[in-house]
Design a protein around this ligand. Structure first.
Ligand code: NDP
Length: 291
């Protein structure tokens, strides 16, 4: 039974304290005059089961899901028939209550795809990825479905990069994809696209995983990190004349697509993204003032 007039939404993960998702979603609720409130649900792994079991009796109507629960959430939700590939990708970042059922979606996938393709056409290109965690699974899926020529992945945990190879092979049996043992073995000099899907670069003192000499001017470098807006990797890439993108576009598109799923609004994605960008900038300013 509904307890309040306002429908609640939010982000579940652990940790989530510093997330800017409330800033972008609440800004959109306000701008488009939709009743809703977005907040953070930081839940420890041992709290997860009871949290999901209690959702039906709550005023929560939709959630984004982040690290480390994008895979675990699959057991609490249903998937639409056309989305069953998400079971293979093992990643759901949005869940929505529809007709008393909880349905799972992944908006990281179209979020990354739209953002990447704004500046780079991956078809027939040679690609390299660093990192094979949750976000990397969505990235690898987008690259494979976009018909890249090859994907080469490095992660310090080879079990994870091999798991992405198996996932892609299951969905795209003819895709040329390999897991390598070092950054050097990615052979970035021969690649057209490099994606950083590790958290390395989030902190000022983080090293740059790639040496400047490995980069080249015809490369496109996409770093999933959006705060800072220019990581050391992007700085070096620009220095050699490469094209670059940070993860802001992905963040905003996945957020806007989740917002549409949450609210059913017919406001154009572009308009939602523009508003969320304003909310994000305000959120970043607030964070800076707190520091
Ligand atoms: P995960 O922790 O799931 O995955 C990160 C992976 O990178 C892990 O397998 C990790 O291994 C590996 N890794 C860490 N350090 C290195 C290294 N030095 N060399 C190679 N591999 C390494 O994180 P996510 O996939 O969820 O997120 C990755 C990044 O993408 C984060 O910075 C996140 O903020 C960003 N992101 C951005 C989004 C956007 O909208 N722009 C959306 C989602 C994520 P290990 O665990 O062993 O350290």
């Amino acid at each position: 039974m509904k307890k309040t007039e306002i429908e609640l939404f939010g982000l579940i993960g652990y940790p989530v304290k510093h997330s800017l998702s409330p800033a972008i979603h609440n800004s959109a609720f306000k701008k488009f005059n939709i009743s809703g409130d977005y907040s953070l649900y930081e839940k420890k792994p041992e709290e997860l089961e009871s949290f999901f079991k209690g959702l039906d009796d709550s005023d929560i109507y939709g959630l984004n899901v982040t690290v480390p629960y994008k895979e675990k959430v699959l057991k609490f939700v249903e998937l639409e028939k056309e989305d069953v590939y998400l079971k293979i990708i093992q990643s759901v970042n949005t869940i929505v209550r529809i007709d008393s059922k909880w349905l799972g979606f992944n908006t990281d996938i179209p979020g990354f795809e739209i953002s990447l393709k704004e500046n780079f056409n991956p078809a027939n290109k040679k690609t390299a990825m660093i990192g094979a965690g949750g976000a990397a699974r969505s990235v690898a899926y987008v690259l494979a479905k976009s018909g890249v020529q090859e994907i080469c992945i490095f992660d310090i945990d080879k079990i994870r990069s091999k798991s992405i190879v198996s996932m892609v092979k299951e969905l795209f049996p003819n895709m040329k994809i390999s897991a390598v043992d070092s950054i050097e073995a990615l052979n970035i000099k021969e690649k057209d696209l490099l994606v950083n899907a590790t958290p390395v670069g989030l902190n000022k003192e983080d090293p740059c995983l790639v040496k400047k000499g490995m980069l080249h001017k015809d490369l496109f470098v996409y770093d999933l990190i959006y705060n800072p807006i220019e990581t050391k990797l992007l700085f070096l890439a620009k220095e050699v004349g490469a094209q670059v993108s940070n993860g802001l576009g992905m963040l905003l598109y996945q957020g806007a697509l989740s917002f549409v799923l949450f609210t059913g609004t017919d406001v154009a994605i572009k308009e939602i993204v523009d508003e969320m960008r304003i909310g994000l900038n305000e959120g970043i300013q607030k964070l800076c003032m707190k520091k």
